[in-house]
Design a protein around this ligand. Structure first.
Ligand code: GTP
Ligand code: MG
Length: 613
């Protein structure tokens, strides 16, 4: 089968074209470094049947970071029969450098001038015929977002299948510097012959950037954007919660019970299926609108071009503390899900920065935790639920930064890699694309939760019916009593345990087990509820995140991270609850002692095992 690789500079629309050609769902976002691993798809169109490979963006063939290495190694392996070299039409001069290198490699290539819509908008005029002639490779111009581009690219691929591309003779210069100069000279000629420069698209950007990246306004604007993101998510998602709750309750609790009663099912089974699994599903249904709106608004934000600016703004602050600003992009992605966020750390050049990030990312509240917050906040803090949720998000960010500082200050001394990132052009986000993407991610969410939650709740239901769960729950609940979980609220302890598999199961497990509403279970104590949420925010990330992190930095470090975050979560939840309730200094003292002791132990272990360096 024909193998086609999509390659080019970062953020030129490679993954968008990959998705277009293969009906795929590769992650797309408007900043360099979105794709960090190669992704494989298939083109099935009329008579064309080919394997399609999406690669991380690169500027040249020298690789600095993990993702660049993936792209370079693949291209050098010679596995691809044809290369689709994607260029950003508004930035041809820069993008063509890689094209000249590809030509020298002698690989068959189709040059796709993408984002032609943006070029047109900025009055950049490209004479395609001349361009193609000067360059000496087949060229087409498209906008991946416009209708009809798929057919255009595929037709061209089919045309090319039977033609040979003569390799461009490599530059004759004896060292790299001279070779680079020769390439730039060629590019200059191509540009002069075929491209009329319009208004620089960067002028408009600069105006916006002067404000959003302003020394003083940058941070408040970033916080405002974050607040807006969650406020919109809560408003839109929250609006539908009750409808989903009612509809799913009618089907999965009452409906299931009715059907089972009709066929004379034993009461125990009805209890497990309708009150157990059914109410678990009902509780989770409340998540669907929230998850959808979170993904939707995150999608809009990710395609706008603001993420890279936020990283710059945060870089200034983090750099003062010795933390890399580039690590902030994985943290932002972590608001969606920790797994892709942990993967995104591959974009960092420094191994040490990557380890720091893997410790920091899980403190970002992921999409699975948000609904837990919202449901609790709605029950305990009606009226200012959004403020409470925002407070949790901020706590996460602050703790992530403190964690970075701790590691940085004690274990990972050393200088920072400079923060170099091309600022993308702002794009007007496409509502349709964001909605489709959110829908796709929602489906994945339902699949994952369905696979995990239903069996977990069923097992819990059986254990519960046998009376075993209460015994186990009551045995572990004392661990949580200092943070306000009373001994008759053992269901919460069990729910926390089930949250290890996926944090969204916390609510599902709780509702399927608990015989009373949330408020009663927590004795109407909002302090206890908030402490509980703090613990949910901080304790061990879910299995998926843990295993993703293990793949990136190894098992030992991940166990350390899990221990650290759980102990930290426990201490803070206890500290908060005790302070808020204004009693029992001993517990506060215990927490205050435990915290540094843990940190010390972590550091000691790290030093001794010599794993960091
Ligand atoms: N205006 C416009 N935007 C586009 C076009 N193609 C892609 N985009 C947007 O450009 C941004 C980058 O697209 P991606 O497909 O993620 O780019 P990529 O080349 O895969 O980027 P990396 O994986 O980071 O190297 C996204 O916000 C896309 O929606 C286009 O033809 N016109
Ligand atoms: Mg990509």
């Amino acid at each position: 089968m024909l193998t086609i690789a999509v390659a080019g500079n970062p953020n030129t629309g490679k993954s968008t074209i990959f998705n277009l050609l293969s009906n795929g769902h590769a992650k797309v976002g408007n900043w360099p470094g979105v794709t960090v691993d190669k992704k494989i798809g298939e083109i099935k169109h009329k008579s064309l049947n080919a394997k399609l490979v999406d690669l991380p963006g690169i500027y040249a063939l020298d690789a600095w970071s993990e993702d660049e290495r993936v792209a370079r190694d693949y291209l050098l392996s010679g596995e691809a029969d044809l290369l689709i070299n994607v260029l950003d039409s508004t930035n041809l001069e820069r993008n063509l450098y890689l094209t000249t290198i590809f030509q020298e490699m002698g690989i068959k290539m189709l040059v796709v001038l993408n984002m032609i819509d943006a070029a047109e908008k900025n009055k950049i005029i490209i004479d395609l015929e001349k361009f193609e002639k000067e360059l000496g490779s087949p060229v087409i111009a498209v906008s991946a977002l416009r209708h009809g581009s798929k057919g255009k690219i595929i037709n061209k691929i089919m045309e090319l299948q039977n033609t040979a591309t003569p390799p461009q003779p490599p530059p004759s210069g004896e060292n790299e510097e001279i070779q680079a100069e020769q390439r730039y000279k060629r590019i200059e000629n191509i540009m002069a012959a075929s491209v009329k420069k319009g208004i620089s698209p960067y002028v408009q950007n600069d105006k916006i950037d002067k404000i959003v990246m302003n020394k003083y306004l940058g941070l408040p604007i970033f916080l405002l954007v974050m607040y807006l993101l969650f406020w919109l998510t809560i408003e839109l998602g929250g609006f539908f919660i009750d409808y989903f709750d009612m509809a799913f309750g009618a089907i999965f609790v009452d409906g299931v019970r009715y059907v089972l009663e009709c066929v004379n099912t034993p009461e125990v089974l009805i209890l497990i299926l309708s009150d157990g699994v059914g109410s678990g599903i009902q509780a989770l249904s409340a998540f669907l609108p929230i998850i959808f709106s979170l993904f939707f608004f995150m999608g809009l934000l990710e395609s706008s071009g603001y993420m890279a600016r936020a990283a710059f703004v945060m870089d200034r602050i983090m750099r003062v503390m010795g933390l890399p600003g580039k690590a902030f992009i994985p943290m932002l992605i972590g608001f969606g899900c920790s797994v892709p966020a942990i993967m995104a750390t591959r974009n960092l050049e420094n191994k040490r920065d990557r380890i720091l990030s893997v410790f920091m990312v899980p403190f970002m509240s992921c999409g699975a935790r948000l609904p837990v917050y919202i449901l609790f906040a709605a029950a305990f803090f009606p009226g200012n639920a959004d403020v409470m949720v925002f407070a949790l998000y901020m706590t996460g960010i602050v703790l992530a930064i403190i964690t970075g500082l701790l590691l940085k200050g004690i274990v990972y001394k050393g200088s920072l890699a400079p923060f170099i990132m091309e600022l993308p052009l702002y794009h007007r986000p496409s509502i349709k694309a964001a909605a489709l993407n959110a829908l796709f991610r929602l489906k994945a969410f339902i699949k994952k939760v369905g696979k995990l939650l239903i069996p977990i709740i069923a097992v819990l239901g059986v254990l519960n019916a046998a009376g075993a769960l209460e015994v186990i729950g009551k045995a572990i609940v004392p661990v949580f009593s200092p943070m306000g979980v009373s001994s008759d609220n053992w269901e919460s302890a069990v729910a926390l345990f089930s949250g290890l598999f996926a944090k969204e199961t916390i609510i599902g497990a709780f509702s399927s087990l608990a015989s009373m509403p949330m408020q009663e279970a927590f004795n109407n104590s909002s302090a206890a509820a908030f402490a509980f949420l703090l613990f949910v925010l901080l304790y061990v990330p879910c299995v998926a995140a843990v295993s993703a992190a293990a793949r990136e930095v190894g098992f030992a470090l991940v166990i350390l991270q899990a221990l650290y975050s759980t102990v930290l979560g426990w201490c803070l939840a206890v500290l908060f609850y005790q302070l808020a309730e204004g009693h029992s200094l001993p517990s506060i003292a215990t927490a205050a002692v435990l915290l540094p002791v843990t940190v010390f132990a972590v550091v000691l272990y790290a030093r001794k095992s010599g794993r960091f360096g």
